[in-house]
Design a protein. Structure first.
Length: 138
């Protein structure tokens, strides 16, 4: 069995944002040489997310609006976590959107359903953060 590990680094210049990372994960899959197996993609920071959905800007805007309604950034005083920080909302948004995804690898390709792609979600940006790609298989 083969095992492959790589970190992808992102620095979103805004507080929140979504980045399609499907191409980077596909590049990792090519580098790994794995034809049959699984890929784990997870955010290594507790204020960021990795999720699978459609690559459509209206949907991404809907996510942003919906998440801000669920866990508004301001007023920061509404959160107990904000002792000198202002990112409690980002922790809650990450909890909703999820930490990681696992995708099957079949015939050397990500085995997606229609329209599925992998995204990095940032909820407390303006600094470098990483995503782990771990691939195992034959």
């Amino acid at each position: 069995m083969k095992s492959y590990r790589k970190e992808l680094w992102f620095n979103v210049p805004t507080r929140r944002g979504f980045i399609n990372i499907t191409h980077q994960v596909e590049e990792c899959l090519k580098e790994s040489g794995v034809k049959e197996g699984l890929v784990l993609v997870n955010a290594m920071h507790i204020t960021a997310s990795v999720f699978i959905n459609d690559n459509e800007s209206g949907l991404h805007n809907d996510f942003d609006v919906w998440l801000e309604k669920l866990a508004p950034h301001e007023p920061v005083s509404q959160y107990r976590h904000n002792n000198g920080e202002d990112n409690a909302d980002a922790h809650l948004k990450r909890q909703v959107m999820g930490r990681e995804v696992i995708v099957a690898i079949t015939n050397g390709r990500l085995d997606f359903g229609p329209w599925e792609q992998i995204f990095y979600g940032e909820f407390d940006g303006r600094r470098k953060k990483r995503v782990l790609v771990k691939i195992i298989g034959e």
